[in-house]
Design a protein around this ligand. Structure first.
Ligand SMILES: CC(C)(COP(=O)(O)OP(=O)(O)OC[C@H]1O[C@@H](n2cnc3c(N)ncnc32)[C@H](O)[C@@H]1OP(=O)(O)O)[C@@H](O)C(=O)NCCC(=O)NCCS
Length: 186
């Protein structure tokens, strides 16, 4: 059990003890603010996260939001709904005026799994950045996978799984998400 725990450190931080310590300081201290109710909670989270995220320029940080690898996450003047989950291992960039619905999950990494002789657990992670440009509306409970760019003005339907780039001003929905319309057209 301990072996797996130590292997996890090695895989995710290249064994860098400073990064490991910072990660656990962040996770422990953020736990104090994570579930504080809105609106005081939003403000305290915004102040706290300024110290740990690459960039965060919003006060709209609802309760229960999870951040992993906060140092690789950049968020503009945007809205984050309750229980949003972000894993910034491969980098997440969110622009301005983006609305992210409750329970949405964003993953910027994947597990390697090509080697049949080792458990997937021990094959390490691969970085897959996610970019969300300005003025995007992401419905509730959307899953956004790595190596995806969501272009400006796009709308993502509730419950969708976004596995490829989303064109500007398009409306996408479904699993996997496909274009179902364009904004401004009937
Ligand atoms: C995606 C969305 C914006 C589409 O709105 P719309 O352009 O008015 O589209 P329509 O309702 O006319 O639906 C068009 C088609 O897409 C389908 N569709 C709509 N939303 C869908 C979704 N989330 N997942 C899968 N299919 C969806 C409809 O069933 C319809 O299919 P059909 O042509 O086979 O009948 C809307 O349905 C949605 O999911 N909004 C997000 C709501 C939400 O999460 N709110 C909380 C915010 S915090």
């Amino acid at each position: 059990m301990l072996d797996d725990y130590l292997q996890d450190f090695k895989n995710t931080f290249d064994g860098n003890p400073l990064k490991i310590i910072l990660r656990y300081i962040f996770l422990t201290l953020y736990g104090i603010f994570k579930y504080l109710p809105t609106p005081i909670g939003d403000i305290l989270r915004a102040i706290f996260l300024k110290f740990f995220l690459k960039k965060i320029d919003t006060l709209w940080i609802r309760e229960g939001i999870t951040f992993h690898f906060p140092e690789n996450i950049s968020i503009g003047d945007s809205y984050l709904g309750e229980f949003v989950y972000m894993n910034g291992y491969g980098g997440i960039e969110i622009g301005n005026k983006v609305l992210i619905g409750t329970d949405t999950k964003i993953f910027s990494h994947d597990h390697n799994f090509s080697d049949l002789t080792k458990p997937i657990w021990h094959q390490g992670l691969v970085k897959k950045p996610v970019i969300i440009k300005d003025d995007v509306f992401i419905g509730c409970a959307v899953t956004i996978l790595g190596n995806v760019t969501i272009n400006s003005g796009a709308v993502i339907g509730a419950g969708s799984v976004v596995a490829e780039d989303v064109p500007e001003n398009s409306i996408v929905a479904g699993v996997p998400a496909k274009v179902i319309g364009m904004r401004g057209k009937n």
